[in-house]
Design a protein around this ligand. Sequence first.
Ligand code: NAD
Ligand code: IPM
Ligand code: K
Ligand code: MN
Length: 351
Amino acid sequence: MPKIVVLPGDGIGPEIVASAIEVLKVVAPDLEYDEHKFGGASIDAYGEPFTAATQEAVKNADAVLLGSIGGAQDSHWNTLPRHLRPESGLLALRKALGVYANLRPIKVYEGMEHLSPLKPELARGVDVLVVRELLGGVYFDPERWINEMEGFNAMRYKKHEVERIARVAFKAAQGRRNKVTSVDKANVLEVSEFWRREVVRVRESEYSDVALNHEYVDSVAMLLVTNPSRYDVIVTENLFGDILSDLGAVLPGSLGLMPSASLGDGAGLYEPIHGSAPDIAGQGIANPTATILSAALMLRYSLNRPEAADRIDAAILRALNENPTKDLGGSAGTQEFTQTVLQLLKETVSA
Ligand code: NAD
Ligand code: IPM
Ligand code: K
Ligand code: MN
């Protein structure tokens, strides 16, 4: 029986993860769950965001399902030494799992154009895959400090780091529309010039059948929302990918619709791209779609159960049309929306 480590986390995390587990129990009843406190919840219980016991558990998992971590701007967690904060726990988790490739699909499904703030003709058919490098760049460089006089971080990429993420992007493009846009700031940064050179080299030696172009990140920020259909696969470094993917949430209409899969050589990590939403936590109104779709990605990529994943995707699509959540202009709370999804899943079983 596949073992899933469940990390509900903070804020809306426990609410949306509970929904995803309810859905998983219908489409994959044999999964085994091992739940651990993580992030701020773990800090409050044990004094650290990612305890040795949780590290041990994720090492032995087939996949990890995460909600979200972190507090509001004025949270007491934000004044702890950096390595003891919730966000550091998340970065340590990604590192421990070796998940260097973060896949963040941005999709406007047919019939869902009305949920997007874009004109329907722009929103129609949007299908972009952001491949975000997840273990390098300015997030992880060991040279970093803060003192009375300055703060310092560095964006550095090594050859093997660019190579492996470029391969993921090209391979993904081969299963889609065969086009990769590499996003950088090569007009200013040496690290981007290097990134670009290595992406070109990987294409020439291994994926010459895939079309490749290069665009600057500032321009992509504009084009992604004004002309999203120009993109198939976007591959970019860690921080650019973080920013562009939240921006991309505008296309389907809410952060609450954006799932992700983080992959490496071992167990995958699955989480919505959004955070703990302290402004709505505890109100029962969070949209669980991103987390439920992340669970579907888990079935697809880590557990090799595409039929179960397809069932979830189909039920979510119908539920979003029939009973949308508050963030999408509807009235369903987290539980009502989840009940709609469960009901639709049961109908497809008896159909
Ligand atoms: P956020 O993503 O938590 O929220 C941004 C806005 O989107 C808020 O108005 C929120 O209410 C809304 N939103 C997010 N998810 C939603 C959902 N499922 N349904 C409805 N509305 C939703 O970003 P933030 O407020 O900048 O960060 C809050 C905390 O989350 C911070 O501590 C941050 O570090 C952390 N964070 C964690 C992760 C993660 O766990 N991977 C990701 C991003 C931010
Ligand atoms: C995300 C988040 C994280 C990131 C933070 C909370 C460390 O914003 O998953 O997108 O920057 O990667
Ligand atoms: K998250
Ligand atoms: Mn982010």
